[in-house]
Write a protein that binds this ligand. Structure first.
Ligand SMILES: NC(=O)c1ccc[n+]([C@@H]2O[C@H](COP(=O)([O-])OP(=O)(O)OC[C@H]3O[C@@H](n4cnc5c(N)ncnc54)[C@H](O)[C@@H]3O)[C@@H](O)[C@H]2O)c1
Length: 344
C-alpha cells in the first residue's frame, strides 16, 4: 500500500469544511487531526456555510481524527506532515511560523497574511525551510481563470487590451468577517482574489487609483481600483471591483470581461457558471470549462507537489505576498484620493 500524506486541518469554518471535503476525495491523503476553538465545530454539532454552491460540504462527522481545541496543539502532533491553516487571516502568520518551525509542510488559506510585513516574513521563513508551502490563491487554479491566464500569455486572440474583474456578495456571517482588524474588510479578504490574479497575469502595477467606502466590517467593504501599468492611453487597462455590501438575498457572484485585439471573453459565476467568447465574423461561443472549483485543483496540485518531492515555487508565494502590498497601496489611495505608487 502506498504511504498516505498525513494532514491536520486547523479551523473548521467555511474553508476548513471545504478542504475536508476535498481531502476526502483524494486517495493518497489521510486527515488524521482537526482543530477548532469552537467545541461545536470540533464535535460536528455545528457547521459553517460557504458562499459558493457546492462549497463547505466536508464535515468532521464520521472522521476518525484526533481533535484539538487549539491549533498549536495540532502543530505539535509529531505524526502530522501537512498542516492546513484555515483560521482567520489575523492568525495566519503565527500558525505558519509555528508549523514551519516544526518542519511541517504548510497550506495556508488566502490572503497569505493580514499585512504585507507579515507576508514578507513568511516568504523569508519559507526560503530558509525545506518544507513545501502554498498560499491558497484559488483563482490561479479555477478553470475559467486558468483559461484567461492562458489567453493573456499565449496571445491566441491577440494582446489583452483590457481586463475588468468584479466580485460582489452580501456581507458574510461570523465574528471574523465583522472585524476589519482581523479580516481586512472586503478590500483584503474578498478583493485580494482579483488583485492577486491581476498581479499573477500582468505583474506588479506601477501604481493604483482606488475609491471605496466602509461597510459592516468597519473597514473598506466596497472598492473600485484601476491598476496602472503604463502611461495613460497605453494598454492594458486593468480594473477590479470588490464588495460585500450588497443587500441580503443578493448572493455571490464573480465575473470578468477581457477584451483582446481579436476577441472579447465574458465570464460569470452566480448560480451558474458561463464563459462566452465573441469574435467579429464568428458565431459567439460558449467555452466548455473543466468541471470543479479552484479549491479542488489547488489542493490536488499541492498534495502532488509534496508527494512527488518537488520544491515549492517561492516566486508564486512571493507574488501572493506582493498582492498584499498592492492592497495596502489601494487602501492609501482610497484614504488620500490620490494615485499611489506600489512599493514592494
Ligand atoms: N479561498 C477562498 O475563496 C476563501 C473563502 C473564504 C475564506 N477564505 C479564507 O479562509 C480563512 C478562514 O475563513 P472562514 O470563512 O473559514 O472563517 P471562519 O471564521 O468561518 O472559520 C475559522 C475557524 O477557525 C477557528 N479558530 C480560530 N482560532 C483558532 C485557534 N487558535 N485554534 C483552532 N481553531 C481556531 C474558529 O473557531 C473558526 O471556526 C480566512 O483567512 C479567509 O480569508 C478563503
Amino acid at each position: 500500500m502506498t504511504k498516505k500524506l498525513k494532514v491536520g486541518v486547523i479551523g473548521l469554518g467555511s474553508m476548513g469544511s471545504t478542504h475536508l471535503d476535498i481531502y476526502s476525495q483524494i486517495s493518497d491523503v489521510e486527515v488524521i487531526a482537526v482543530a477548532d476553538s469552537i467545541q461545536s465545530r470540533l464535535d460536528g454539532s455545528s457547521k459553517a456555510e460557504g458562499n459558493i454552491s457546492g462549497q463547505a460540504r466536508g464535515s468532521v462527522g464520521g472522521l476518525k481524527a484526533r481533535k484539538y481545541i487549539d491549533g498549536m496543539e495540532l502543530i505539535n502532533d509529531p505524526e502530522i506532515e501537512l498542516v492546513d491553516i484555515c483560521v482567520g487571516t489575523n492568525l495566519h502568520f503565527v500558525f505558519v511560523e509555528a508549523a514551519l518551525a516544526k518542519g511541517k509542510h504548510v497550506l495556508v488559506e488566502k490572503p497569505l497574511a493580514r499585512t504585507y510585513d507579515e507576508a514578507k516574513k513568511i516568504v523569508q521563513l519559507a526560503t530558509n525551510s525545506s518544507s513545501n508551502i502554498m498560499s491558497a490563491m484559488c483563482l490561479r487554479y479555477w478553470p475559467a481563470w486558468v483559461w484567461l491566464k492562458d489567453a493573456i500569455e499565449s496571445e491566441v486572440y491577440g494582446k489583452c487590451l483590457s481586463l475588468n474583474c468584479r466580485r460582489q456578495t452580501s456581507p458574510p456571517d461570523g465574528a471574523f468577517y465583522s472585524n476589519h482588524e482581523k479580516c481586512g474588510g472586503a478590500l483584503l479578504d474578498l478583493h485580494v482574489h482579483d488583485t492577486d490574479f491581476i498581479n499573477y497575469c500582468f505583474g506588479m502595477p506601477r501604481a493604483v487609483f482606488s475609491q471605496g467606502y466602509k461597510g459592516p466590517s468597519g473597514g473598506i467593504d466596497h472598492v473600485v481600483t484601476n491598476y496602472i501599468y503604463e502611461q495613460s492611453m497605453d494598454v492594458p487597462l486593468v480594473s477590479a471591483e470588490g464588495s460585500w455590501t450588497m443587500q441580503d438575498g443578493y448572493g455571490f457572484n464573480m465575473s470578468y470581461t477581457a477584451n483582446f485585439e481579436n476577441g472579447t471573453a465574458c465570464y460569470l459565476l452566480d448560480s451558474e457558471e458561463t464563459l462566452k467568447l465573441f469574435r467579429s465574423g464568428h458565431q459567439s461561443e460558449v467555452i466548455e470549462l473543466k468541471k470543479g472549483m479552484g479549491y479542488e485543483f489547488e489542493i490536488r496540485s499541492f498534495v502532488d507537489e509534496i508527494l512527488s518531492g518537488k520544491e515549492s515555487n517561492l516566486v508564486l508565494l512571493n507574488q501572493a505576498a506582493e498582492s498584499i502590498a498592492i492592497i495596502e497601496a489601494e487602501q492609501v489611495s482610497i484614504k488620500s484620493c490620490l494615485v499611489v505608487t506600489v512599493k514592494a
